[in-house]
Design a protein around this ligand. Structure first.
Ligand SMILES: Cc1cc2nc3c(=O)[nH]c(=O)nc-3n(C[C@H](O)[C@H](O)[C@H](O)COP(=O)(O)O)c2cc1C
Length: 168
């Protein structure tokens, strides 16, 4: 899929087909996360790919708004070393994961990690050293829905030269 088309049509997917996702496709998605921009090219992010159904269910149960994780064949746990820009770098990685998944015909969703009280529990469950930060949980699978979501109009968010000036 063309990059602009992928960026424009991507939506968070929360319902997944039972069909498994090959490790090759998962690696393509994680590779896109690896290649995201990072402040001063520090590259603090690491990823845990969870396919085990039992562990996915435990992760789903721990979250508040990620119960659907147990229905996705894969959950990518996005981590960062605790650097100055860990959240910006981690968020860029998550965005790349979501867009890459969509571009290759998969669906994915951003489930909150950083700031959530359950972050420590998820780290423990996945054997991650406690100094690491949990950026997000990203369930991935073949979509079983075509989500629609309201977005603000371009004309509402774009300003030219100074705030409030709406024409180029
Ligand atoms: C920081 C952040 C945390 C989010 N956490 C959750 C979450 O815990 N559960 C969930 O279902 N969606 C979560 N989302 C997804 C948003 O709900 C979604 O991106 C938003 O509704 C816009 O929809 P779209 O991604 O389909 O464009 C999160 C998104 C972001 C950026």
């Amino acid at each position: 899929m063309d990059a602009m088309q992928a960026l424009i049509t991507r939506r968070c997917v929360r319902r997944f087909q039972l069909k498994p996702v090959t490790s090759d496709l998962v690696e393509q998605v994680v590779d896109a996360g690896r290649l995201a921009p990072t402040a001063r090219n520090v590259q603090p992010c690491e990823f845990v790919v969870v396919t085990d159904a039992g562990r996915r269910s435990e992760i789903a149960e721990i979250t508040d708004h990620g119960k659907f994780i147990d229905e996705a064949p894969v959950c990518i746990v996005v981590l960062s070393k605790p650097t100055k820009y860990y959240l910006e770098d981690g968020s860029a990685a998550v965005t790349n994961l979501l867009n890459a998944a969509h571009a290759i015909g998969l669906g994915a969703c951003w489930v909150a990690g950083d700031k959530k009280p359950y972050a420590e529990q998820i780290l423990n469950l996945c054997g991650v050293p406690q100094e690491m930060r949990l950026i997000a949980l990203v369930p991935v699978g073949y979509p079983d829905e075509i989500p629609t979501v309201e977005k603000r109009e371009l004309s509402d968010v774009i300003n030219w030269e100074t705030y409030g000036h709406k024409t180029p």
